[in-house]
Design a protein around this ligand. Structure first.
Ligand SMILES: Nc1ncnc2c1ncn2[C@@H]1O[C@H](COP(=O)(O)OP(=O)(O)O)[C@@H](O)[C@H]1O
Ligand SMILES: [Mg+2]
Length: 586
């Protein structure tokens, strides 16, 4: 894992090395300054030699300036290196996520991926910045201050050793307990993030079901959990300072006590005692910093792991080695196909499906929710791969085709479809980049979208909000349909794509299909029997299996499930969901 992350530092490695170099310089200055102070006191103040005071004073100012410059430079480079690192991380993740198949995305979930690309990357960025500064600074400071104090007076440095041992043990105790708490904090963060993302993404549904109170409670529970953990962890950490002060002051008292005796015995000068006191402060500060590094590492290791998981996820669907670049026709053959979702219950969503569809046929697909309709059609454009069996399009296994070629020939209007922010024309051209305005109009005519688009004041240049929130459910579905038609596909699949369109318009769209794209194989999933009774054949799915595959008339005679659905819908005037127009979110 560290190697992958290390490689992503990339072109910022130089900055990541320059920063510690300047930190080291800053430390050296920090160690020398107390030593010079000792000289000012001993050689200047104690002897009353004003020249010496000027001389050492000037050296001290010089050292302080160098230290200042080194501090600023190392800060600059570490910020540069860490933001660069974060940039590389996000870039690598984003590019990698683009290669994900649907089942890869299922595994992480969309909010999960967003958290990993934002919060987790920020955590790692902060940790990285701290680490390149502090990992060099603290140990270096510790060692050099300690050596200086031994150099000044070996006996007194014994006091240092014992004090630092005590402080070290106490800090270790505090920090190891906080580390445990902090690792829990990050699990809670996930809860909080998913609560926020789910709510904001679905805010319209929340409002229309008047679930605000419920959502507020859910959020405040996640937030309170996090709050409690944080308070606990931070209040433990808050002990760090008092403990440090206690040890430092104890040390100062001891130093003064023994130091005074040594001064009287002429074994130590006043200046040397002052610099020893300064080193006590420095050493305990570095111990404290070291202990914070461990906290930092715990906090960021969870994030690093999560980022690493995304970066190393293998795209489950890849282009074959020698891809076939041409789909000959729109025939579809399933041979004993089984399929299961990797993150699902483990049960097959599709079981032993065998069926043959000729090029140009119009097929209706019906069945209860969860019967496997969407799963079946998603296999055709290879959004998922079959678990066993073979699926052929144009007489060839779908896994032999170049993915782009296949997906251009198989146009799917997904059940959960979305529009992107941009004008209507821009959205339509997702189907075909270089489509002329005339081609776009034609596609909209077939999809019955032309009527409402022309009523917009800006027509085809009307701006669509992100997610298509400023058009009705039925209008959105018709735009998605037009976008799919522009691909001029060999196979067109509509996954419940006209559910929010009124029955009359629905019928008009089907008539237009018959005359405008007669050679395209059309698979139409719908809850309405009316939408498909004119189809060449109708596939009835039940619990992932084929219950019937025949014409409307034959099914009415032979298939129990089909009869039940038919009877129920006729009792309701055959149009039980017309009221969806306008309100439904596709
Ligand atoms: N992304 C997914 N991950 C896991 N299970 C899924 C996923 N999508 C659908 N399923 C499951 O697969 C089965 C078939 O679903 P689906 O094909 O969407 O049915 P339909 O479109 O007929 O309503 C259901 O039991 C459903 O819970
Ligand atoms: Mg479905």
């Amino acid at each position: 894992m560290l190697k992958t992350l290390y490689n992503l530092i990339g072109e910022y490695k130089r900055a990541a090395l320059i920063a510690p170099f300047f930190t080291a310089l800053e430390v050296v200055m920090g160690v020398l300054i107390p030593y010079v102070t000792a000289s000012i006191i001993d050689k200047g103040i104690m002897t009353g030699d004003i020249q010496k005071i000027y001389y050492y004073g000037a050296i001290m100012v010089g050292l302080a300036l160098i230290s200042l410059y080194a501090g600023i430079t190392s800060g600059k480079y570490s910020a540069y290196a860490s933001t660069g690192f974060a940039y590389n991380l996000r870039d690598a993740m984003y590019k990698h996520v683009q290669t994900f198949s649907f089942s890869n995305i299922d595994k992480f979930s969309t909010p999960g991926l967003i958290t990993r690309m934002t919060t987790d990357v920020s955590n790692l960025q902060n940790a990285f910045q701290q680490i390149i500064r502090v990992t060099v600074r603290a140990p270096l400071m510790l060692i050099s201050c300690f050596s200086m104090s031994v150099f000044i007076n070996a006996k007194l440095s014994l006091i240092f050793i014992s004090a630092m041992l005590i402080l070290g043990v106490l800090l270790f105790l505090i920090v190891s307990r906080t580390m445990k708490l902090f690792s829990q904090v990050f699990q809670r963060y996930d809860d909080l993030n998913s609560s926020v993302q789910e709510n904001i993404a679905g805010i319209r549904v929340v409002k229309s079901f008047v679930r605000e109170d419920y959502e507020k409670k859910k959020f405040s529970k996640a937030a309170t959990n996090l709050y409690n953990l944080f308070v606990k962890a931070e209040s433990l950490l808050a002990f760090n300072n008092p403990v440090m002060n206690l040890v430092v002051y104890g040390c100062i008292i001891l130093l003064s006590w023994f130091g005074a005796k040594l001064i009287v015995a002429d074994e130590l000068t006043t200046g040397e005692l002052t610099s020893l006191l300064a080193y006590v402060m420095n050493i305990s500060m570095s111990l404290m910093m070291l202990s914070m590094i461990f906290v930092m590492l715990t906090m960021s290791s969870a994030s690093a792991k999560r980022i690493f998981e995304v970066l190393t996820e293998k795209p489950s669907i890849k282009n074959p080695k020698e891809p076939h670049m041409d789909v000959s026709d729109g025939s579809i053959d399933f041979e004993h196909v089984c399929f299961a979702y990797e993150n699902g219950t483990g049960e097959n969503a599709l079981n032993d499906i065998t069926l043959h569809i000729q090029s140009g046929e119009t097929i209706g697909i019906i069945g209860g929710t969860g019967s496997g309709k969407s799963s079946l059609v998603n296999l055709i454009s290879r959004l998922y791969d079959v678990k066993s069996g073979v699926l052929r399009v144009g007489g060839r296994d779908v896994r032999e085709y170049d993915l782009e070629t296949l997906r251009n020939s198989v146009s799917v209007v997904l059940q959960k479809n979305i529009l992107f922010s941009g004008t209507i024309l821009e959205n339509l051209r997702w189907g075909k980049e270089d489509a002329t305005e005339e081609e776009c109009r034609e596609a909209c005519r077939i999809a019955c979208a032309d009527e409402f688009i022309e009523q917009f004041p800006q027509g085809y240049h009307t701006h669509i909000e992100q997610g298509g929130t400023n058009v009705s459910g039925g209008q959105k579905q018709r735009l998605c349909l037009a976008r799919a038609l522009l691909k001029n596909p060999k196979i067109l699949i509509l996954d419940d794509s006209t559910s929010a369109v009124d029955t009359a318009t629905d019928a008009k769209i089907r008539t237009a299909f018959a005359s405008a794209i007669p050679d395209t194989t059309k698979l139409i999933i719908s809850q309405r029997i009316l939408s498909m009774q004119n189809a060449d054949r109708i596939l009835v799915l039940d619990h992932g299996q084929i219950s019937g595959f025949d014409t409307h008339d034959n099914l009415l005679r032979t298939n129990q499930i089909y009869q039940d659905i038919y009877r129920m819908q006729m009792e309701n005037d055959g149009d039980f969901d017309e009221s969806k127009e306008g309100g439904a979110e596709a």
